[in-house]
Write a protein that binds this ligand. Structure first.
Ligand code: SAH
Length: 252
């Protein structure tokens, strides 16, 4: 059996209990060395074979999986954050299907959740935004034209940009062109939940300057939106005048 496991954003204790139990049982672990905390490998048993996928191609990864699966070994493919977000797991799953190899996915805490936690932020504030846009600037991987940042910015929703920390200057321009005010609050979170994390609160127009001042050009998320400021409406869910399935409104 093959397990695709989300390792979480960085801190070793942010892997799920299920992910950790499987990691302990694994005979083979292929981990994304560029972003998975290597301390997680200390959970593996003696003799567990470890591969770092950072220097491997898709075919090489699948070759390792196929080889050990044929020996009935437990193979763990350890991905950063949650594997469903920029995890490139679909192409691996498709090749495993072709080889008739069974697999399952264990979710993880994505870095966008890790970043919100270290900022004490809530993306979905009443009267501010009820939508979270997860996206990226186009790099070597193309982005469909309808998802250009300028178009996404027109919603002025809460936004999180992955894989974009080396393109912050053009990002800022697109955000403003699309509709965010230059003074909209923004944050850069470098290595959220890792011991060397950095949190920089800034504005859309100052994003580039802030990134330069703090030497950040990789392993960061850029968060944008008024959810990072302090004005918002209270939730209906916990409002004393609001009735829902589990609670009746209190009479005045
Ligand atoms: N599957 C991952 C994302 C992988 S894409 C997840 O769910 O988080 C890799 C990008 O994720 C990085 O370029 C960076 O933008 C972001 N990232 C991953 N871990 C991070 C962390 N701990 N702090 C900040 N950004 C992180």
């Amino acid at each position: 059996m093959v397990y695709f496991i989300g390792a979480g954003p960085g801190a070793v204790d942010l892997i799920t209990v299920r992910g950790c139990e499987l990691l302990k049982k694994a005979d083979v672990v292929i981990y994304a060395g560029s972003l998975v905390n290597p301390e997680l490998l200390s959970y593996t048993k003696t003799g567990c074979k470890i591969y770092n996928s950072a220097s491997m191609t898709l075919e090489e990864v699948v070759e390792v999986i196929v080889k050990f699966d044929a020996q009935d070994k437990i193979v763990v493919r350890l991905h950063t954050g949650d594997p469903s977000i920029y995890g490139a797991i679909r192409e691996q799953m498709d090749l495993l299907d072709k080889n008739n190899i069974e697999y399952c996915v264990v979710p993880g805490v994505s870095s966008f959740c890790g970043a919100a936690s270290v900022l004490n932020a809530e993306y979905t504030l009443p009267d501010i935004s009820q939508t979270v846009v997860l996206s990226r600037m186009e790099g070597r991987t193309p982005v469909p034209p309808d998802e250009d940042i300028v178009k996404l910015a027109s919603h002025k929703a809460s936004m999180v940009l992955f894989l974009t920390s080396s393109m912050i200057e053009p990002l800022s321009k697109k955000l403003v062109e699309g509709g965010y005010k230059a003074e909209t609050p923004a944050a850069i979170v470098y290595k959220a939940t890792w011991p060397d994390q950095k949190i920089i609160r800034t504005t859309v127009e100052n994003l580039h300057k802030s990134a330069m001042e703090n030497n950040i050009s990789k392993t960061a998320l850029i968060l944008v939106g008024d959810f990072l400021s302090c004005e918002y409406g209270r939730s209906k869910l916990y409002d004393s005048s609001f009735t829902h399935e589990f609670r009746k409104a209190k009479q005045e």
